[in-house]
Design a protein around this ligand. Sequence first.
Ligand code: FAD
Length: 482
Amino acid sequence: KRDSKFAEITEDHVKFFKQLLGKDSAIIDGVTKDATDDIEPFNGDWMRKYRGHTKLVLKPGSTEEVSKVLKYCNDNMLAVVPQGGNSGLVGGSVPVFDEIVINMSRMNEIRSFDEVSGALVVDAGVILEVADGFLQEKNHIFPLDLGAKGSCHIGGNVATNAGGLRLLRYGSLHGSVLGIEAVLPDGTIIDDLGQLRKNNTGYDLKQLFIGGEGTIGIITGVSIMCPQRPNAVNVAFLGLESYEKVQLAFQEAKGQLSEILSAFELMDGQSQDLVQKVTGNKRPLESEHPFYCLIETSGSNSEHDNEKLEKFLEDVMEKEIVSDGVVAQGQTQVKELWGWREGVPECLGHWGGVYKYDLSIPINELYALVEETREIIHKSGLLGDTNEHPVVDVVGYGHMGDSNLHLNVAVRTYDKRVEKTLEPFVYEWIAKRNGSISAEHGLGLAKKNYIGYSRSDTMIKLMKQIKNLYDPNGIMNPYKYI
Ligand code: FAD
């Protein structure tokens, strides 16, 4: 239910924002004008699962403008939703009712780069791929990579504490983000855009914004440590017969590839079948297997690295841990092989919708959840090829190197019966094993009722106190997890 403490947007409010932001392109106004078509993309999420009803989208072009917008909203009790590239997977970036969308796409300048330290400072609205392209010219690399890189913003990445494909090597944003510039709901600008690697002077407040999902303020600038770009990147794609063997392969990869191992990704056979159905691409391996792993190495010497990777593959095949495998010959094949992993989320959506669970699970039990879920879905009779039996398949894939599973149930249509079969089953399963119901996507709207499965009452209470301190009127991203 819409919270009546929030004001409705009036023509006077729109007039104020128009004067403040000046440009026509900075506002999509569905209050005084009919902007139905233009405004719809800001109301809908990537999965086509959540739909809001905003009538106003604001695109501030500077930190000062963000500050004035927020102060006005706070003074007038207007609820807001910060929005980056709108690629989030938990419904956090779209309004629930008529909250004003504050879209960050106009704040898209790269502010500075220090070639000696590797510190990059950007506006929050810089697209991840743009930043990585800029860094490539400087022989550096962004410490985060993910399938949505062409649309997601760095501000959005930080706000969700995105993990992605390089976490195994470069660690979490909680470590690589050096500083943040953010605006609180009352308009206060927090200038903590330092470039220091070490700074033990009291509470590290920027950490609250990393993964805060836009609930305490808007991130306007980010300073981040970027590593040297590795000269040699290579990929191996493996087929395996059981999850036990996948675990053995992971241990061997850590042991044999050690310092050059930069990603270890898992895809089950079902996920690869669906990718093949959608793309029609020729599979990388001749025969089919219940499990596939993608291993990436990044190092400084391609001859040395390739030799290591080839030798690794030979060894794990000899030991019968891996049934079949291929090492990419050249960068085109590296990309092609990555396509079989990065293409999974997009292809799963092909039939209409996906129930997504992004979970941290003790690694030895990681795949057991997929098998149990498959069993209950089979028993439910919901698997089939009509809207009456909407489930297309149950698949598991993810960042195995980080013990992070993506359990996905592809459907033709979102259906309460499917949801009831999956929830709270999945969450209870996770809580029993002290896992996390959100490894890297956040809670947003999708998991707002389930935080208790991963956090204690004491911790939730402390989170609420922090929220109240930063946002006493509760205007920041309401109706979401906190
Ligand atoms: P949005 O979706 O716009 O927003 C996400 C949340 O952050 C919302 O709550 C929003 O209110 C808030 N927010 C956005 N910008 C700001 C800001 N400037 N200040 C404060 N709050 C803000 N995630 C992973 O972690 N790992 C993956 O491997 C991964 N792969 C993906 C693959 C695909 C194909 C897709 C579509 C998504 C994937 N994601 C992955 C989801 C991931 O969370 C997002 O892609 C990304 O981090 C969100 O950035 P965004 O700019 O799109 O943010």
